[in-house]
Ligand binder design. Structure first.
Ligand code: SF4
Ligand code: SF4
Length: 379
């Protein structure tokens, strides 16, 4: 079961289709046999922002509903939660629960998290994040189920099960992490540390409607028609990335997990239940690739010169910017100002974390790749 991944076809978000597909995805890996009556289970969904399910930026509530229903049938006590990029507070989360349709899980007997306490973690086995803070509702649970959305991601190329657990870090403390772990490698290692600390008992991906292009929030929904399940979040991500034509070395979190021996680099070493290849989308649109090796060079002058020449940066379509300042709120570098009701980025301050691109509700921030990087065909 170490590297088993199961995939099942799901044609729509129709309740019957979703439940049938979820059961089909869970069956080959032993379903929910491990769930016992009275067990407290936290379902960590991806609710990155207040946005309708049709945008494919968040886990579709129907998938969460079907899972909660199955868990309730087992007698588990289920809490569904996340901590998106804004404040970790009842007022903010209430709006997100409502806007994403996630209140639907209440009808399945689950509750939505209203515990906003935070726990300090010391994790001596970590590679990068030896100390961090985490949302208490996950700590209080007997088991965590990592219910992620499969999408492109400007910073990490792909977001699935491992990246979903970044939402275990409370609210705006996530922005601080971008400053602290300021290379792709360090950031990816932090994400793997948090994932390993959380130890999700089960990971499930909503890949019925995925997001391509300017992900994880401003891209285009793309039908893939799949639900994936695995007891290993990194194995699930390796299979999921393959569906978007990405290998382990092209996804920093997978690369970090491979280096730690948490997952093989070669997809053929996974035990796949289901016809994975039939779900691959050959022309799936990714976000422009970053120059992983150049970003974060130790020599500051060289890093600046190389960054200016090769590194991707956020670009705002100012004519479509509404001046809402959501990007300014999440920018860890204080690089964004609002002038004449339009956002403006100070490129000297920008650390290229792409939080602004991630949280722009209008999807008007894209990843700009310098012409020379494109010319050198660095995909
Ligand atoms: S979040 Fe988007 S729309 Fe809002 S100010 Fe920033 S760039 Fe403009
Ligand atoms: S401007 Fe955007 S990419 Fe640059 S530091 Fe701020 S949030 Fe990160």
């Amino acid at each position: 079961m170490l590297f088993d991944v199961s995939i099942a076809r799901c044609g729509s978000y129709d309740p019957a289709d979703v439940k049938e597909a979820l059961l089909a995805a869970l069956a080959p890996i032993g379903g929910l046999d491990w769930v016992t009556p009275g067990m407290k289970i936290a379902v960590k969904v991806n609710l990155m922002m207040r946005v309708k399910p049709e945008k494919a930026a968040t886990v579709h509530p129907q998938v969460a509903f079907a899972l909660c229903e199955l868990l309730a049938e087992k007698g588990a006590s289920v809490v569904v939660g996340d901590s998106p990029g804004g404040p970790f507070s009842l007022a903010y989360l209430s709006a997100v629960y409502g806007g994403t349709g996630m209140r639907q899980v209440l009808d399945a007997g689950a509750t939505l998290n209203e515990d906003f306490s935070i726990i300090d973690v010391v994790y001596s086995e970590a590679v990068a994040a030896k100390e961090f803070q985490i949302t208490n509702y996950l700590v209080a649970a007997d088991a965590i189920i990592d219910l992620c959305k499969m999408k492109t991601h400007a910073l990490m190329a792909f977001t699935g099960a491992c990246k979903n657990l970044f939402g275990a870090i409370p609210g705006l403390r996530k922005s601080e992490c971008h400053y602290r772990y300021n290379t792709h490698e360090a950031f990816a290692n932090m994400l793997v540390d948090v994932c390993q600390w959380c130890k999700p008992r089960l990971s499930i991906a909503d890949a019925i409607m995925t997001m391509e292009g300017n992900g994880p929030s401003g891209g285009t929904p793309r039908f893939m028609g799949a639900i994936l399940a695995s007891f290993n979040p990194h194995a699930l991500d390796l299979a999921g990335a393959h569906l978007m034509n990405l290998s382990a070395s092209e996804v920093p979190t997978l690369d970090a997990a491979v280096k730690r021996g948490l997952v093989p680099a070669d997809l053929r070493e996974l035990t796949i239940h289901g016809d994975l290849e039939s779900f691959v989308i050959p022309d799936f649109q990714l976000t422009p690739k970053h120059d992983v090796k150049l970003w974060g060079s130790k020599n500051e002058t060289i890093a600046k010169i190389l960054s200016g020449m090769f590194a991707s940066s956020p670009r705002i379509a100012r004519d479509r910017c509404t001046g809402c300042a959501e990007c300014k709120k999440v920018c860890p570098a204080g690089a964004i100002t609002i002038r004449e009701k339009r956002a403006l980025i100070d490129t000297k301050k920008c650390i290229r974390c792409f939080c602004c691109q991630e949280f722009c509700p209008q999807g008007v921030i894209t990843v700009h790749r310098p012409p020379i990087a494109r010319l050198l065909n660095r995909k």
